[in-house]
Design a protein around this ligand. Structure first.
Ligand code: ZN
Length: 336
């Protein structure tokens, strides 16, 4: 597309074009659900710059954004120096979630955290390139994102050019950057969940709060529904009505609905049952992920919802203190 419109002007640079869209692959080994499927959602970006130096600046800017995104998702990740492989170019990094179902082998240093794709590290596999420790272990990684500094590998043969400040045509310098959106979701769930319950990255969870009310025809139903309605109103205002799932299938027992809610892994599940209407100290049951259960009164439960919502907003705004140490995030991600 850029070659067809060449030459463009240096005034239009740097230029960064991205798309989010479905991709199709005639995959012979479909497996692990969405992890390796014939259709998936992908974010791609192609960058165009006037020089090698500014192309590297772009690469650094996008890398910071990628690091930040993966920190915001709060799933441990490793960023590794990668083989440039069939895409070519000079610099390349991969972002991996470490999981036994991963199809890449990464070598990770136990003493400094450095990680590399074993394709790249083969020649020096007996010691860590960063700290020379010999304490390297193999881990399996799921690749969720990849960045490449392409230089003129594609722009030169295709004739993608721009007019420089002197009006002379020059070859554009490119980078390319991809995030496997479907795979991020599948792999994050794979890493965080147990066989019994899904666990979502907080920013990806379909709902923040699931409210389960009393069973139809139970003794507590009329009084509990008064509390349930007050809870629904307040929770909706605190976290946004689109973040609230009300399981109003009251023909089902609380136990049955709770089991399903836990399997779906809602970050906060609030049950308004018999204890909510007991005479002294009425309590709501609040279930957090990983089996944690609290008994709280209405205002305490709402405080918890508000805290959750506040933390989520701080993650979105990026005021959650991302890891500033580039040398650390170079090799190793959040929590690892
Ligand atoms: Zn090391």
């Amino acid at each position: 597309m850029l070659a067809t419109n060449s030459p463009i002007s240096y005034r239009q640079l740097p230029l960064r074009l991205y798309q989010i869209g479905p991709k199709f692959r005639d995959e012979l080994k479909t497996r692990f659900g969405l992890m390796r499927a014939k259709e998936f959602l992908m974010k791609d970006m192609y960058s165009f710059d006037v020089s090698e130096e500014t192309a590297r600046e772009t690469y650094a800017i996008v890398s910071v954004a990628y690091n930040r995104l993966f920190q915001q998702l709060e799933v441990p990740f490793v960023k590794v120096n990668a083989a440039t492989g069939m895409m070519g170019g000079s610099v390349s990094h991969e972002y991996h979630y470490v999981s036994p179902v991963g199809e890449d082998t990464l070598l990770q240093c136990s003493s400094c955290g450095f990680a590399g794709n074993s394709e790249v590290l083969d020649s020096q596999a007996d010691s860590c390139p960063s700290c020379k420790s010999r304490d390297l272990k193999d881990v399996r990684g799921v690749e969720v994102a990849h960045t490449f500094l392409l230089g003129d590998k594609y722009s030169k043969p295709l004739g993608a050019t721009f007019l420089n400040t002197c009006g002379k045509p020059q070859t554009l310098l490119m980078g390319c950057f991809g995030i496997g959106i479907t795979r991020v979701i599948a792999a994050a769930l794979e890493v965080l969940s147990t066989d019994q319950e899904l666990h979502w990255p907080m920013l990806v969870a379909p709902y923040d709060v699931c409210v389960i009310g009393p069973k139809q025809g139970s003794r507590e139903q009329p009084a509990a529904e008064v509390i349930e309605n007050e809870l629904l109103l307040n929770v909706g205002e605190l976290c946004g009505h689109q973040e609230l799932l009300h399981d109003d299938r009251k023909e089902l027992t609380i136990g049955k609905r709770l089991l399903e809610a836990k399997r779906l892994g809602h970050p906060l599940i609030i049950v308004v049952g018999a204890k909510a209407v007991q005479q002294d100290a009425p309590k709501l049951e609040v279930h957090l992920s990983r089996g944690e259960k609290l008994e709280l009164d209405l205002s305490e439960a709402l405080k918890l919802v508000a805290e959750h919502s506040h933390y989520k907003k701080s993650l979105l705004k990026g005021s959650f203190q991302p890891d500033k140490d580039e040398s650390k995030s170079q090799s190793v991600g959040h929590q690892l």
